[in-house]
Design a protein around this ligand. Structure first.
Ligand SMILES: Cc1cc2nc3c(=O)[nH]c(=O)nc-3n(C[C@H](O)[C@H](O)[C@H](O)COP(=O)(O)OP(=O)(O)OC[C@H]3O[C@@H](n4cnc5c(N)ncnc54)[C@H](O)[C@@H]3O)c2cc1C
Length: 573
């Protein structure tokens, strides 16, 4: 089944749901007019359909390997990467002065979504570079910027991010890597990092590692961590790759999926590095990269959901099995009520999660272009929701895609199983979805719920305005926002953070559910209540949105009932 870029969905969401036009009205993004963004999406869609999608199976069947200390990548990946680089897609949202396109994050997010559908394991490489570019643009010295940015943006060099160590996963503050000043402005970085995506490759001139490590006087925890640029080859006086640095790939992980992406254990042995940002402020600096990557990972989930859906739909339209009681059916399994349920769920969920990610991207762009605090707060609030919901939906939709295929879903040659294996990690890396939910109910509610309430006000106002045209759908969305408002008030009233944490995952999902209802309703209204998106909205609002009620009951239970089940109880036979 060949991948088809969902250009019409992106265009519709841009024009009628998330309001890309307001981004184009700012001075910073005035060139991102409707015509320009449509042409960009068409071009990116073509690359994904023709060049990247054919690499998806190859990456799975012949994953990256380590041979005599050298990482050998999957067949065709070097050419695929080159095509991404030559199209300018790595530096889509990087500043034009360093060779980027200066596009809004919203457009880049749509492109990343398509690339993730086409070949997730390869797409992870430019995604890492994109995050690194943003971190350097915001925090690096002019000298570092001049050496690294043009080469990262052009794709001559690639970027990675090195946080995780065996004892420091979610708890990054537990890391032990060290950095000692060399006395010449550089540092000697030592330590072992694990799970490093694209830790090396055989197609780029250099690999630039952003490494978190502790200076000799760096205190304990996250506050004593600094960030360093540690290249595989140290740039010479002309900025070209010079002598090899003291670092190596120790081994590559054997993984459930994403085989085309080399996940490396890295050893840094007094490797030469340069400080990025201020001493002991590494986590803050790295967060620029991580926030970018979180939205990028959100649409990795959405993109995989899209790919899995397209596969399942094509299969369901051909597979004949049994007879459905409906008249005038197609004679294929798509006529069966349960298969129709699965396909409609897959499509509606993907659409909702995509809308949330694009709304988050619009908030990032507006915050960036206007400096407005409300937009920045919205972006911060939506980021964990977009990441966790987008990737949960990616996993669930890919899982359903296997089910639609029946036994053939379990057989590798259909490609359905690959989606469910590849996408699984998206709910784990870039901060597990559990950590995202805790961020939402703790840090993101520290404003007294202002950002949350502003969103809920908007959802209710739009639902109110829709009552004349689509009364039942509008009432359901309005009621869901009100129930969520009450649950948010409950959250804010809990002084014991663990009571919030105990309900954080269902709270995040309920918020995403309600946002999904809001964006589906907006789509139906824009269509005049009659069309594909209106029928999809009716399906989502009547069958999927009600889940928020049970989720919010769960939210209010607090931590006590959870801890009343002891570790002994859990282990009891
Ligand atoms: C394929 C792959 C690629 C990766 N790429 C990179 C990369 O490029 N760079 C990099 O630095 N890292 C990378 N990682 C690491 C990844 O970010 C971590 O795996 C992730 O952050 C989780 O850490 P952990 O595996 O140690 O799990 P743990 O932190 O041990 O978590 C185990 C479980 O406990 C939960 N948990 C942990 N702490 C808390 C808490 N405080 N409260 C509630 N629940 C908690 C988690 O949610 C999870 O369910 C990658 C991992 C994989 C598998």
């Amino acid at each position: 089944m060949a991948y088809r870029a969902p250009l019409k969905d992106f265009q519709f969401l841009f024009d009628h749901v998330v309001g890309l036009s307001q981004v184009a009205e700012t001075d910073l993004f005035s060139e991102a007019t409707g015509d320009v963004t449509a042409a960009i999406l068409t071009e990116a869609g073509r690359l994904c359909e023709d060049v990247l999608a054919p690499l998806q199976r190859k990456g799975d069947e012949q994953g990256a390997v380590l041979e005599n200390g050298v990482v050998r990548c999957s067949p065709g990946f070097a050419e695929g990467f080159r095509a991404i680089a030559e199209g300018g897609w790595i530096g889509m949202s990087a500043s034009e002065e360093n060779g980027g396109m200066g596009l809004p994050q919203t457009v880049a997010t749509a492109v990343n979504d398509m690339m993730s559908s086409a070949c997730l394991s390869l797409q992870l490489n430019p995604l890492m570079s994109q995050g690194q570019i943003e971190a350097l643009e915001n925090h690096a010295s002019d000298e570092i910027k001049a050496i690294y940015l043009p080469k990262l943006i052009s794709g001559e060099w690639c970027g990675t991010m090195n946080l995780t160590e065996p004892q420091a996963g979610s708890d990054v503050g537990a890391l032990r890597s060290k950095a000692e000043p060399n006395g010449d402005g550089s540092y000697a970085v030592s330590g072992q990092k694990i799970f490093i995506s694209w830790g090396d490759n055989d197609f780029s001139g250099n690999v630039c590692h952003l490494v978190l490590a502790r200076l000799p006087d760096g205190g304990q925890g996250t506050k004593g961590i600094s960030l360093f640029m540690v290249p595989r080859h140290i740039p010479d006086a002309d900025g070209n790759p010079g002598i090899a640095n003291s670092l190596k790939v120790v081994s590559l992980e054997h993984k459930l999926g994403l085989h085309g992406s080399p996940t490396a254990i890295m050893d840094f042995d007094g490797a030469t590095g340069w400080l990025i940002g201020e001493e002991n402020a590494g986590m803050k600096t790295m967060f620029t990269m991580m926030n970018n990557a979180r939205l990028g990972v959100a649409v990795q989930g959405v993109g995989q959901a899209e790919g899995a859906y397209q596969h399942a739909l094509a299969f369901a339209m051909e597979r004949k099995q049994g007879r459905s009681p409906i008249a005038n059916g197609t004679g294929t399994i798509i006529d069966h009520a349960d298969v129709r349920r699965m396909l409609a769920t897959m499509k509606a969920e993907t659409y909702g999660a995509r809308a949330i990610a694009l709304a988050c991207a619009v908030a990032i762009d507006m915050g960036h272009a206007t400096g407005d605090g409300d937009w920045k707060a919205r972006a911060a609030f939506l980021t964990p929701i977009a990441k966790a919901f987008g990737t949960d939906i990616g996993c669930e939709v890919a899982h359903m895609g296997v089910q639609v295929h029946g036994g053939m879903g379990f057989i590798e040659e259909t490609g359905a199983a690959q989606y469910s294996r590849d996408v699984r990690v998206t709910a784990i890396y870039e901060g597990t979805n559990g950590i995202q939910s805790m961020d939402l109910v703790a840090r993101k509610l520290m404003d007294g719920g202002e950002a949350a309430y502003r969103l809920l006000d908007e959802i209710e106002a739009d639902a109110e305005a829709a009552r004349g045209e689509l009364p039942e759908l509008a009432a359901s969305v309005w009621n869901s926002a009100e129930t969520l408002r009450e649950a948010t008030e409950w959250m804010l009233a809990q002084d014991d953070l663990n009571d919030r944490f105990a309900g954080s995952v269902p709270y995040l999902r309920a918020f995403a559910r309600v946002l999904g209802g809001h964006y589906h309703l907006k789509s139906a209204i824009a269509e005049g209540g009659n069309g594909v998106r209106s029928r999809l909205a009716e399906f989502y609002i009547s069958r999927l949105l009600p889940e928020h009620i049970a989720l919010l009951i769960h939210v209010r239970q607090g931590a006590r009932a959870l801890y009343s089940i002891s570790p002994d109880d859990l282990a009891a036979g």
